[in-house]
Write a protein that binds this ligand. Structure first.
Ligand code: CO
Length: 134
């Protein structure tokens, strides 16, 4: 069902210094910061040859990564995103197998303009999983 690793998302407190770390210390190609108010984050995309890294900084009140950063003061890996061909078929199969889909279970348009869903970390080895239809 799952295909390529689309991205790994890392929650950070300070997007400027995290971006500098990837650009200057690790020598990666980084994007300009992109505020995404609908998602409560500002994102920097890091292009790697085989996948992407997304640095997420909280934006506004009630950011979905606010609590995560309260628990993880240094930041940390927030979720991984796998590509699927058919997000509704994937959702239905996972739900039939007992996995929990977050929110109302309907795909939302994600940071890349494509439909996404999130799966409960307790059902997947403590890892928040995003599925993106490509
Ligand atoms: Co993501």
């Amino acid at each position: 069902m799952i295909g390529r690793l689309n991205h790994v998302a890392i929650a950070v407190r300070d997007l400027k210094s995290a971006t500098a770390l990837y650009r200057d210390t690790l020598g990666a190609k980084v994007s300009e910061p992109l505020p995404q108010p609908a998602h409560g984050v500002t994102v920097v995309f890091i292009e790697l040859p085989n996948t992407k890294i997304e640095l997420l900084e909280p934006l506004g009140e009630g950011s979905p990564i606010g609590k995560f950063l309260e628990r993880n003061a240094d930041g940390g890996m927030h979720h991984i995103c796998y590509e699927v061909d058919d997000i509704l078929a994937a959702r239905d199969k996972l739900k039939a197998g007992g996995a929990r889909v977050l929110g109302d279970g309907e795909p939302k348009i994600g940071a890349h303009g494509k439909p996404v869903l999130f799966l409960h970390p307790k059902d997947f080895n403590g890892t928040l999983i995003e599925l993106e239809q490509v």
